[in-house]
Design a protein around this ligand. Structure first.
Ligand code: G16
Ligand code: MG
Length: 220
């Protein structure tokens, strides 16, 4: 058995991508930049400031905003986003994930969270999952964002487990690269992800029997 399973939050435990999109669309429109859902998909798993930089570049306005102007825009986006988090309830947990967390606990496998979102604690509370993880990595202490493995290694350290004995689960390409660089086995959720050791279409397929079979096959 693996020692731990470490989860990404947005796109794996719940789907906040649309809420991020609505908030970014508002702030981008304020400065005359239009973004659509397709462009938003490129922001998956990317930190707040890096997302803003991509939006400004997309609109050809990256030179027009200095650091303090960027911080103001990012702050406005976050205020809109945090307001929208009141829509989240335990029903917003993606299919199968609450039951998977319970099964892992029953199997004696530790669970960790590796989200780059500074709002992760508030999201877990809204979902009723705050006590379901043995350790949540603190995004505010990160020096390097995904695809750097730092956040997954911090989660392993907090859980006191060996990355080589763990599985990481991600829906974003940068996250899969981060897991692979950490030495953990990677599971990707969604179509079109590259380099995942196991790729599943949706969280409905992410069950303990599926993970156990994958783990055993990798140990041979
Ligand atoms: C999530 C989202 C990203 C978002 C990032 C930072 O990452 O996928 O779109 O930009 O968090 O969020 P915040 O602005 O709340 O700090 P993850 O790692 O949970 O997939
Ligand atoms: Mg994600």
């Amino acid at each position: 058995k693996p020692q731990a399973v470490i989860f990404d939050l947005d796109g794996v435990i719940t789907d906040t991508a649309h809420l991020h999109f609505v908030a970014w669309r508002n702030v981008a429109a304020e400065v005359g930049i239009m973004i659509d859902e397709k462009f938003n998909a490129e922001l998956k798993g990317i930190s707040r400031m890096a997302s803003l930089e991509r939006i400004l570049r997309h609109g050809g306005k990256d030179a027009a905003f200095d650091l303090s102007a960027r911080e103001a825009l990012a702050g406005r986006k976050n205020a809109l986003y945090v307001d929208s988090l009141s829509q989240l309830t335990p029903q917003s947990v993606l299919p199968g994930m609450t039951s998977l967390l319970h099964t892992l606990k029953a199997q004696g496998i530790k669970t960790g969270l590796a989200s780059v979102s500074l709002n992760a604690p508030a999201i877990l509370t809204a979902l009723g999952l705050q006590s379901h993880f043995d350790f949540c990595a603190d995004a505010s202490r990160l020096k390097r964002s995904k695809p750097d493995p730092e956040i997954f290694l911090a989660a392993c350290e907090g859980l006191k487990v060996d990355p080589a004995r763990c599985i990481g689960i991600e829906d974003a390409q940068a996250g899969i690269e981060a897991i692979n660089a950490s030495g953990m086995l990677s599971v990707g959720i969604g179509v079109g992800l590259k380099h995942a050791d196991l790729l599943l279409d949706s969280t409905e397929e992410l069950t303990w029997p599926r993970l156990e079979a994958f783990w055993n096959q990798q140990q041979r």
